[in-house]
Design a protein around this ligand. Sequence first.
Ligand SMILES: Nc1ncnc2c1ncn2[C@@H]1O[C@H](COP(=O)(O)OP(=O)(O)OP(=O)(O)O)[C@@H](O)[C@H]1O
Ligand SMILES: [Mg+2]
Length: 318
Amino acid sequence: MGESVNLVEIKGVYKCYHKKAKPKEYAVYKVNLNIKKGEILGLVGESGCGKSSLAKMILKLEQPTKGKILFNEQDITDYSFSQMRKIRNRMQMVFQDSTNAFNPYYTVEQIISEPLNNYSNESEKEKEKKIVSMLEKVGLNKTYLTRYSHEMSGGQRQRIGIARALILHPEFVVCDEAVSSIDYALKKQILNLLTDLKQQFGLTYLFISHDIAAVNKICDRVVVMYLGNIVEVISNINENVQHPYTKALLAATLFPDPKKRRKNTVLFREGEEIKVPEKGCVFQNRCFYAQNICKTKQPDLMTQKDGHEVACHLYHHC
Ligand SMILES: Nc1ncnc2c1ncn2[C@@H]1O[C@H](COP(=O)(O)OP(=O)(O)OP(=O)(O)O)[C@@H](O)[C@H]1O
Ligand SMILES: [Mg+2]
């Protein structure tokens, strides 16, 4: 375990979109995280907690307000467009909203061949063969080559996004809710494809999803974010979840019966407005276990012996 090498290092990263925002209101707040080569890292948390913002900063689609991003040990934080171009083919993203991700005037063939045209010099025939084979892997076929993105369903568009992201066999792929609008059987097929490719080519994934249980199935570790902060990093959510927020998130997902869910969770209190506290722990307002210290001191993300990381005073024993 100790041998693992980091593909991505996120060091003290903050993201602020609004000039007037107080630091505590930043979309991403003081994030430190390493993504190891060959791992599938899950990223979960409620809508608006900063998952996509963090992912976009890793790929340099957004610039961090503060902090550093390293890829393969190179500090890419201040890389120019042309410097990024050299490594862009090694990092890909499957976007959350595939509706707007594609040029509406492009056919599926043009959409998927874009990265091939930019980064490889194969013949048209070879390219088409590759594209058709990738289409089949995501459960589509060559009849889709001539379609435009508006002529497809949301799930089909998402699969085109996955095909485009994987066509160059990148080193690192961010899947932002990549399989959420795909039905069960196909979802399984695509998750299998992602894990097969990981095994074949040693790919590394950042897998963003609302569904903590689904993420846990395919991920080596799961990162839990709350209001821009990482609150827990855990290797198996079935074993040793510690942070009250993660517990609540799990309870909310795992109990399909709404009555039971309400009892087991501190989330989703009706009419509740979620505000970022001025000081102390970000989760204090919604936490059943909040103590005095939680109102004054923000808990650091601390690493335990087994590599489990948690930012909660309940687990910080001095
Ligand atoms: N380009 C932007 N300009 C201004 N604010 C933004 C921008 N992008 C994101 N935000 C804000 O930053 C916060 C985090 O957004 P982000 O998209 O990272 O959340 P998320 O965790 O991906 O949510 P979801 O699960 O809904 O996709 C939100 O409050 C959002 O409104
Ligand atoms: Mg998002």
